[in-house]
Unconditional design. Sequence first.
Lengths: 102, 160
Amino acid sequence: MAKLDGKKLLACCANGAGSSLMMENAIRKVMKRNNITPGELRHCPVSEGKTAARNYDVVFCARTFVKTFEGVESAGTVLIPLKNVMSDKEIEAALKEADLLD
Amino acid sequence: MASVLQTIVEKKHYRFIDGEGVTWQEAVRLSAESLVADGTVSADYYKQIVKCIEEYGPYVVFDHNVAMPHTTRDAEGAFGTGVGFMVSEKMIDFGTDEDGEKKEANLFFTLSAADNDAHMDNIAQLSQIFMNDELLDALAKARTPEDILAAEAAYPCEEE
């Protein structure tokens, strides 16, 4: 079973309407390509994500928002900062780097 | 169904500027003007976008000098769903990002989101466009609405 099967994934951006949605689409593409069925995959603004993050296994955000999520990793959440939020290739590479994808 | 670029042309949601001496704040305003013209957004809508970029930095500027200025869903003054397209002949300076990397844009896709499904569709299509370097190069050279359609015809995005 793939490591991300059933996991809860969250994509965050400033507004929760533009780039986080692009991220979600790119993440979905990666999941599909690797035959992974996440337990949950959604996007939201960082204002909401800040508190919601600890309830997710993996949180994706543009690199500019990394500071917002300081401390979530101590709650066991993996933070994946992205340079290009719509790049499925970058997401795939980052997940492999974090040992969440084979 | 019409593609997002076809809709931009049909609804006259485009603008071509020289860009000399234009600040990014002014560029954001200009990129939304075509949306203001037909009542898709209010005249002040762009101010929320400017405020957001001032707060979080130029994260709306992606690779390949593409800017996607946008605000929250159901933002005040977003009456319709649309994409305001703008080409600037000169690069518009957005300052530097958190790594000190220079951010500049000559292609603008300014978003207004009132209808969720239509917005999701726009975002999905824009993701494809933003990853299509040849199309972006051709769009940056566009000076007329016909050029926009010709660029899309020459470098179509792959279907999902």
